[in-house]
Design a protein around this ligand. Structure first.
Ligand SMILES: Cc1cc2nc3c(=O)[nH]c(=O)nc-3n(C[C@H](O)[C@H](O)[C@H](O)COP(=O)(O)O)c2cc1C
Length: 266
């Protein structure tokens, strides 16, 4: 059986920091704008995007080379803005990957003030992250190579480190649907590749937690963004197989973990 498309995209996606120095075509720009306009996310946290041409706005980021444009990922200020930005942002990033375009989540290594200003936000809005968008260059820059090695970007934890089974009657890892969805989470990108997602499965559903390993900054909580990304990759796997589900926020305390949300299959 052919592997599902979402999982294929999750395997194909990697952070791209070196681009062919040429603009996007009109068709590509139009498709991106349409996708952005139709974006929906389950937390209703007012996520929106700004598409910014590099030259027009005079922007740059030190880790990037040759990028023609950026998309800033923004949300209304509120308790789930960061998680929702992760969810919707990853939906966009996987779509761009499917179009053959390169992206990378950037929450730290950029001039946050300049990108926030270019995003023209109102008082009750925040810029969460940015991504460049463009055609990936055939060869990574030296800096990109070093960055990948520095944070061991090609490594991921094995499943037992991130997933805990508490439903002995219906173990998720015996069901192809959940194997694929959990594998998609395992492959997800995360800030400094910390992979902070922890998932507990019980008879009710899948509960997503954050095991914090990075401090939150004043502007944004990157590890809650990571959890939004993981939730999207999990849910996209279910959606693709027409498995109905809902996302609920019904906190269940666990020592050493921060509860984020649960996915309940229906
Ligand atoms: C929320 C978030 C923030 C990130 N911030 C940065 C950043 O500021 N600069 C950067 O170069 N990469 C950043 N990254 C990219 C990660 O380093 C990268 O996803 C991770 O090393 C895994 O590599 P991969 O995306 O190629 O699989 C960020 C990723 C996420 C998810």
């Amino acid at each position: 059986m052919e592997e599902n498309r979402i999982l294929q995209l999750c395997r194909k996606r990697r952070s791209v920091r070196t681009f062919e120095d040429r603009p996007l075509s009109k068709e590509q720009t139009d498709e991106i704008r349409q996708f952005i306009e139709a974006m929906e996310e389950p937390f209703h946290a007012g996520v929106f995007f700004r598409f910014l041409n590099r030259e027009e706005y005079g922007l740059s980021a030190p880790v990037l080379k040759g990028e023609p444009a950026y998309i800033t990922i923004c949300a209304k200020k509120g308790p789930y803005g960061d998680v929702a930005a992760g969810y919707a942002g990853e939906k966009l990033i996987l779509h761009l990957c499917g179009m053959g375009l390169g992206t990378v989540w950037i929450g730290g290594t950029m001039d946050r003030e300049a990108f926030t200003k270019a995003s023209a936000l109102s008082e009750d809005e925040m810029m969460v992250c940015i991504t460049p968008v463009g055609v990936p260059a055939a060869k990574m820059s030296l800096r990109e190579n070093l960055m990948r090695k520095g944070v061991k970007s090609d490594r991921r934890f094995a499943m037992p480190a991130i997933f805990q089974e508490e439903d002995s009657l219906h173990p998720a890892l015996q069901d192809a649907l959940y194997i694929a969805a959990l594998e998609a989470v395992r492959l997800a990108p995360s800030a400094v590749n910390k992979q902070p997602w922890r998932i507990v499965h019980d008879s009710e559903g899948f509960h997503f937690y954050l095991e914090r390993s990075l401090k939150k900054t004043e502007e944004c909580d990157m590890q809650r963004v990571d959890l939004g990304i993981a939730l999207y990759q999990f849910c996209a796997g279910l959606e693709e197989k027409n498995q109905d589900f809902r996302i609920v926020i019904e906190p269940k305390e666990r020592e050493g973990l921060e509860y984020i949300a649960s996915v309940i299959a229906e």
